[in-house]
Design a binder for this molecule. Structure first.
Ligand SMILES: Nc1ncnc2c1ncn2[C@@H]1O[C@H](COP(=O)(O)OP(=O)(O)O)[C@@H](O)[C@H]1O
Ligand SMILES: [Mg+2]
Length: 367
């Protein structure tokens, strides 16, 4: 399925006097995609971001938003139609949180009641209590202010969000929390997001694709797995040796589940002639399809019946959110070769094995 392009840069330059600080950058972002731009300080990330909403005009090339050349759009409208979040969020100190969130709605003269409802909705969206709306920014911690910044950027419900190191100034624990919240939020709001960071782990965690910049040029672009497997020396040096495990920590085991293992409900008969699929064991589920254990083929008699005490009970199934890294650790340190995985409803989903994890690496690495 090809999704529509939301933002596109075609051979874009930014020149100050004689310095080309952005040099021939091209990329396109699909609707609902999160593109992370990363690179050393001064490589042109912020400039690239600000050219998208034309806070900084580009010198050459074309920038399209929803297929339209940004230089042909009304600059005020363009800026208002794109959410913008920066590191020091810049809340206005003499306005309440509610007024800060609704700053843009007020500019566009939306009815007061609508503004209030929207602020209430947004404060909850970003995980802050409703009574914070009446407070002033100085009463909030740095992390809370960043949340308000995200709420403010979402106020006019823009399709595109530009985020420039939005979590760069908060402590590591808050940072992780904000990242998780953004990802959870993105599952429902599905904005097109351009996210600038200099933190590779953050990039792996948040980005559908990651673009690496160096001295004004976009030198690599791809999924985290593609970048980890890159042949390019700069890319490999930049992302570092430990990167593979960082990436594996961002990918859920649901990507590598084997669902072909035979299952049986407790007490049911099993047709071992036709249903083994080459496996030597059958997983046993309860009446609600929750994982109970497994039974070896030898313990099934000719009629297909298993004796109850032949079922090997092992630990509970693991949640689907388990990352591939955690699954590998669990298998290594727990002396196991496979793990059962279940959804939130405890319904069994499949198993993860060393081989299924390795399969992902060779599949994505080969491309
Ligand atoms: N107004 C300006 N005039 C001249 N040079 C600038 C200006 N703004 C930024 N630069 C230069 O452009 C380069 C890219 O800056 P920037 O996009 O802010 O980098 P990054 O966000 O990747 O750290 C830097 O070398 C910076 O010094
Ligand atoms: Mg910057």
């Amino acid at each position: 399925m090809t999704r529509e392009i939301s933002v596109e840069l075609r051979n874009v330059d930014k020149v100050y006097d004689t310095a080309k600080v952005v040099d021939g950058v091209s990329f396109s972002i699909k609707k609902g995609e999160v593109l992370v731009l990363i690179g050393p300080s001064g490589c042109g990330k912020t400039t690239t971001l600000k050219m998208i909403n034309q806070i900084i005009p580009h010198t050459a090339g074309n920038i399209l938003v929803n297929g339209e050349d940004v230089t042909k759009l009304d600059p005020v409208e363009l800026r208002r139609s794109i959410g913008y979040v920066i590191q020091y969020i810049g809340l206005l100190p003499h306005l309440t949180i509610e007024e800060n969130i609704n700053f843009v709605l007020q500019l566009t003269k939306r009815p007061k009641k609508e503004q209030q409802e929207r602020a209430l909705e947004l404060i909850e969206t970003v995980g802050l209590p409703a009574d914070y709306l009446k407070r002033f920014p100085r009463a909030l911690s740095g992390g809370q202010q960043q949340r308000v910044g995200v709420a403010r950027a979402l106020a006019a419900d823009p399709a595109i969000l530009l985020m420039d190191e939005p979590f760069g100034a908060v402590d590591p624990l808050t940072r992780e929390q904000l990242q998780n919240e953004l990802m959870r939020l993105q599952e429902t709001i599905k904005k097109t997001i351009v996210f600038v960071t200099h933190d590779m782990q953050e990039a792996f965690k948040i980005g559908d694709r990651i673009g690496i910049m160096k001295e004004g040029k976009l030198v690599a672009m791809g999924s985290s797995m593609e970048l980890v497997n890159s042949d390019d020396e700069f890319v490999r040096d930049f992302i570092g040796r430990g990167a593979l495990f960082d990436v594996l920590d961002t990918i859920s085991v649901t990507r590598v589940l084997r669902k072909d293992i035979p299952t049986i409900r407790e007490g049911e008969h099993f047709d071992k002639e036709s249903k083994m699929n080459g496996w030597d064991n059958i997983l046993v589920l309860d009446e609600r399809d929750a994982f109970l254990g497994y039974v070896s083929i030898e313990n099934i008699d000719a009629s297909g019946k298993i004796s109850g005490d032949a079922v090997q009970r092992v630990a509970d199934a693991f949640p689907a959110e388990l990352s591939i890294k955690k699954a590998i650790e669990e298998m290594l340190y727990g002396g196991r070769t496979w793990l059962p995985v279940a959804g939130d409803d405890r319904v069994f989903k499949g198993i993860v094995t060393f081989d299924s994890c390795a399969g992902l690496l060779s599949k994505e690495g080969g491309s």
